[in-house]
Write a protein that binds this ligand. Structure first.
Ligand SMILES: [Zn+2]
Length: 384
């Protein structure tokens, strides 16, 4: 099966992150089994989703991880010209949800499996396909933990997120949180007894805005990022029931995206300190034992830090035939592999500008470039 046919098969599975990805995983597992390759599945808590890890070649230490996610973002409320779950070829482009982000890369890896095996691997190639990347890189943590617990550490990792086959060695990290404010309900005329959860939340958000301004003013010494600073944003807010009731409840979801090499704990630490020293004491005066502000982490995606001369960077540059590396503004699973001590860079087919949009596509030329990249990898890790 060539890469484009493989892509057709993968896109046909609606693996929107809210759905199970097991049909796709079963398909990949039986495809690999057909080539004599065993797969290891690492399930989520509910058992409805799984990561897949498979090793081609010798079960020795080292090896190259080819990593991709199996989930895609929703097509809800998007105006598509074609069926998003059917790959449609037009003017050298393959349209469909996930073609670019990032079933194109996964398809190229799978299509090359027979070639890797026939040429005889001297060093293992590991396929690492995760779930729930698009909702905060949730699945890959279990995958990496499984690999490090049961196998010798791989030598390096290539994450095939869309980069137009350029080598990306840096991205920002993301932390997201849910903050819940619990106040004290009262008639809206009785502001002297009620604790207004929405107004407390507004105070907290004003604090975050100030923090965001401060992070912006610090800028980016490397000059590689757009925008050139750590960003902070509140995404949703819910609270209150009626205008004449002092609201008891307000919840907001927020995130920040830190530049690599900066203290990613600082914003949450300062937020918690503000809550503890300034906000809570005032609330507790009126509602002791009831008033509360709790902040729960939603997701943690570490930044990818440049690691010049790393095994991953050196290999990817040689395979892609490029001399430079890029920094990108989107986040990936790459930083998670890196914090576990596995040198990692990003290189994959397609343009991130096409991702997450209606009429997502990958250019056939990009698929070809990825196949060429993987064949060059075979030249390095195979006997023949
Ligand atoms: Zn992606």
């Amino acid at each position: 099966m060539d890469a484009i046919e493989m892509l057709r098969r993968l896109v046909a599975f609606d693996t929107t992150s809210r759905n199970s990805n097991l049909d796709l995983i079963d398909f990949v597992r039986s495809y690999l089994a057909g080539h004599g390759v065993d797969s290891e599945l690492v399930f989520d808590h509910g058992g409805a989703k799984a990561n897949l890890y498979a090793t081609l070649g010798p079960k020795t230490a080292g090896g190259v991880i080819l990593s991709g996610h199996t989930d895609v973002v929703p097509v809800d409320d998007q105006d598509w010209d074609t069926d998003p779950w059917t790959v449609t070829e037009q003017h050298g482009r393959l349209y469909g949800r996930g073609t670019c982000d990032m079933k194109g890369f996964v398809a190229c890896c799978l299509a090359l499996v027979p070639e890797f095996l026939e040429r005889g691997l001297r060093e293992p190639i590991h396929l690492a396909f995760s779930y729930d990347e698009e909702v905060g890189c949730l699945g890959v943590h279990g995958l990496i933990a499984h690999v490090l617990a049961h196998h010798p550490k791989p030598r390096l990792c290539l994450v095939g997120e869309p980069s137009m086959m350029q080598v990306v060695d840096a991205h920002k990290g993301i932390r997201s949180f849910v903050t819940t404010v619990t106040g004290l309900e009262a008639h809206s005329s009785a502001t002297h007894i009620g604790v207004n959860a929405i107004m407390v939340a507004a105070d907290l958000i004003r604090f975050l805005a100030g923090l965001g301004d401060e992070l912006k003013a610090r800028g980016d010494a490397t000059g590689r990022f757009t925008p050139p600073f750590t960003t902070l944003s509140v995404g949703t807010i819910h609270g209150g029931t009626a205008v004449n009731i002092i609201p008891r409840h307000c919840q907001f979801v927020w995130e920040y995206r830190s530049l690599p090499g900066t203290d990613a704990d600082e914003p949450i630490r300062r937020f918690e300190e503000h809550v503890r020293t300034k906000v809570l004491p005032a609330m507790e005066e009126k509602a002791p034992g009831i008033a509360a502000v709790t902040t729960m982490p939603r997701s943690i995606t570490p930044a990818l830090s440049p690691d010049p001369g790393s095994a991953a960077e050196t290999l990817a540059k040689a395979l892609a035939g490029v001399n430079d590396t890029l920094a990108v503004s989107y986040a990936t699973e790459a930083g998670i592999f890196q914090v576990h001590g596995i040198p990692t860079v990003i290189c994959g087919p397609g343009d991130i500008l096409q991702a997450h949009r209606p009429n997502e596509f990958v250019a056939i030329e990009q698929m070809d470039a990825c196949v060429t990249f993987l064949r060059k990898l075979a030249d390095r890790v195979c006997v023949n």
